[in-house]
Write a protein that binds this ligand. Structure first.
Ligand code: PMP
Ligand code: GLU
Length: 396
């Protein structure tokens, strides 16, 4: 039978982060000693106090469908968290709990975008943004940024990218993959441009909020009164709480957008996993200081990996202020031949490192910047040291 798949799926790119992780797993299965620095996933276990809440929920017989947009108690915990951490005031109809921040982002694209609507994505952006936008018939508009400006979009660049078709702006801060953080003043600069274009809705992805190394304080676009009514604040527990597999994310949004996400979710997945939701009530209610030990470790590893990479001629790094990635510019290697392999671009380079150094990274193309590769340092110190030593050897 011929291929009966839709154009939609035939045209969809595979998630590069997940594909690289799968490739690393496959090679490991073949007996290769692969160090996986491709996936953005903490190497910590979920803290015991959160696990205990999940066990309690099982024993309390939380086994039925939850409300589509999440348990009221969880939505209340999210409201309290938004107030406590972000000085944002939301009410119950403005909150939707989803199966990961990924589904939250997918919902927002589906409910906000019509065919041909443009979505501004400052590059580098998180890998799935462009394909989530395309799945909703939107058109990603990439705005190139520079390492010199810490990979941040300036108000002038934003202004220049806006057209009558611009419907949304999506960004993450702290940024996956660059680790950059927009200060409140920088966000205000972008908001001043957006003030002139009231049709633009902003998606502020703050999933790395707590993984912040203290240089630039976290700020939310929705903190500005004139942006509150057109900003969707996306967050989740995967990263800071080491809960990637639990699959809980959420939004705080204008009520009409939240209602639309609820309607969509009701036809597609229903409420997210009931046990995970109960555990997240505890995760969000307990003081953030309880997860600081992981953030401290990430910070130590950032210092370690930056020191090691800056020692390799050809790797040019910005200094990430949050999240757990480095995003070095590796253009110095383009056109060079190592062990018979010519490196023409970042994809060749990532593949070369996988095959010759047994280290999995992700090509920068996947994030809208083909000069770089992404390396996750959510791994042990020993793994980081060994991986960078192997990379250094492979390119010397
Ligand atoms: N946004 C960003 C910036 C991310 O790095 C990720 C990674 N998973 C997500 C959203 C999706 O998070 P979740 O695992 O909660 O779906
Ligand atoms: N967000 C993580 C990453 O960027 C997890 C992988 C994914 O969901 O694509 O690696």
């Amino acid at each position: 039978m011929s291929n009966q798949l839709s154009d939609r799926i035939n045209n969809l790119a595979t998630s590069a982060t997940l594909a690289m992780a799968a490739k690393a797993r496959e090679l490991r299965g073949e007996g290769k000693d692969i160090i996986g620095l491709s996936l953005g996933e903490p190497d910590f276990n979920t803290p015991d106090y959160i696990k205990d809440a999940a066990i309690q929920a099982v024993n309390d017989n939380y086994n039925s469908y939850s409300p589509v947009d999440g348990y009221v108690e969880l939505k209340e915990a999210i409201i309290t968290k938004f107030k406590r951490d972000n000085n944002l005031t939301y009410t119950l109809p403005q909150i939707v709990v989803s199966t990961g921040a990924k589904q939250a982002l997918y919902n927002v694209a589906q409910v906000c975008l019509n065919k041909g609507d443009e979505v501004i994505l400052p590059c580098p952006y998180w890998v799935s943004y462009s394909d989530i936008v395309k799945l909703a018939d939107g058109v990603p508009v990439e705005v190139k940024t520079s390492l010199e400006n810490d990979f941040k979009m300036t108000p002038e660049q934003l202004e220049a990218a806006i057209t009558p078709k611009t419907k949304m702006l999506w960004y993450s801060s702290p940024c996956n993959p660059s680790g950059s953080i927009y200060s409140k003043e920088e966000l205000r600069g972008l908001a001043d441009v957006l003030k002139k274009h009231p049709q633009i809705v902003v998606v502020s992805d703050e999933i790395y909020e707590h993984i912040n190394y203290g240089v630039t304080a976290h700020a939310s676009m929705a903190e500005f009164e004139d942006m509150y009514d057109r900003t969707v604040t996306v967050n989740g527990v995967a990263k800071a709480f080491a809960m990637t597999g639990w699959r809980i994310g959420y939004i705080g949004a204008p009520a009409y957008i939240a209602r639309a996400c609820n309607k969509l979710q009701g036809q597609v997945t229903s409420g997210s996993n009931c046990i995970a939701q109960r555990a997240v009530i505890t995760a969000l209610t307990e003081p953030v200081s309880r997860i600081q030990y992981m953030v401290d470790k990430f910070q130590e590893r950032r210092t370690l990996i930056l020191g090691l990479l800056n020692d390799i001629p050809g790797f040019k790094c910005n200094e990430p202020e949050g999240a757990f990635y480095v995003y070095p510019d590796v253009t110095a290697y383009f056109g060079k031949t190592f062990n018979g392999t010519t490196i023409n671009n970042a994809s060749d380079f990532a593949m070369y490192l996988l095959e010759n150094a047994n280290v999995a990274t992700v090509t920068g193309d996947a994030f809208g910047n083909g000069n770089c590769i992404r390396i996750s340092y959510a791994a042990s110190e020993d793994q980081i040291k060994e991986a960078i030593a192997r990379i250094k050897k492979a390119v010397s």
